[in-house]
Design a protein around this ligand. Structure first.
Ligand code: PAN
Ligand code: ZN
Length: 183
């Protein structure tokens, strides 16, 4: 047995590479229903990429005790006055926590607890964000360029998109008077 091997995945700044990397692209069309300004949403090209996620799943989804690792590259832009954002989700096993960290660009991490209190933290290169269990999370790009961030979460967390798709966050990240504000 080889005792010295190469890593299965390489992270170079905002990109994960290697045969074990899983790639996912979400288009603007995949974000239907999430933005406040329906008319502005319909004026967008639904095929345009909103974000790409590269993930490393070293164990099977649902494995207790394992970890998953991902990089997200989120495009900039506004839909109406609302910043382009990820779908957002809570975890199926609701007590499962997660780390996010900023790599490139600037944005805002949105959190919402079970009582529907929403708050935000600024994301920038080097920022570290701990997402408690029982807390829905989403990211908005408030800059003019790509926002790249990392994430690490338990392999048995699972993603629940339905609650956010149906009820949203209790606040939106809007550009008001030229700056990002929760409204
Ligand atoms: C992240 C997210 C990723 C894309 O890896 O899945 O940033 O966001 P959505 O899943 O909300 O579309 C994570 O939070 N994993 O648990
Ligand atoms: Zn998550």
């Amino acid at each position: 047995m080889e005792t010295i091997t190469l890593p299965k995945v390489i992270l170079s700044r905002n990109t994960l590479t290697g045969p074990s990397v899983n790639k996912l692209t979400r288009t603007i069309g995949d974000l239907k229903g999430l933005f406040n300004d329906q008319k502005a949403f319909e004026e967008q090209d639904p095929a345009r990429t909103a974000y790409e996620v590269e993930s490393y799943f070293p164990v099977a989804e649902g494995t207790e005790g394992g970890l998953f690792f991902g990089i997200t590259r989120l495009q900039p832009g506004l839909i109406g006055n609302e910043y382009v954002m990820t779908k957002g989700h809570s975890h199926v096993l609701e007590n499962r926590a997660e780390f996010y960290w900023g790599i490139e660009g600037e944005g805002m991490m949105l959190f919402m607890d079970k009582s529907r209190n929403t708050w935000a933290e600024k994301i920038f290169p080097g920022s570290v964000h701990y997402i408690n269990g029982f807390t829905a999370h989403r990211v908005a790009n408030t800059g003019e360029s790509i926002l790249a961030f990392g994430a690490c979460w338990p392999s048995d967390a699972g993603h629940n998109y339905e609650l956010i798709a149906k009820n949203g966050f209790s606040k939106r990240l809007m550009k008001i008077n030229g700056v990002p504000q929760l409204a």
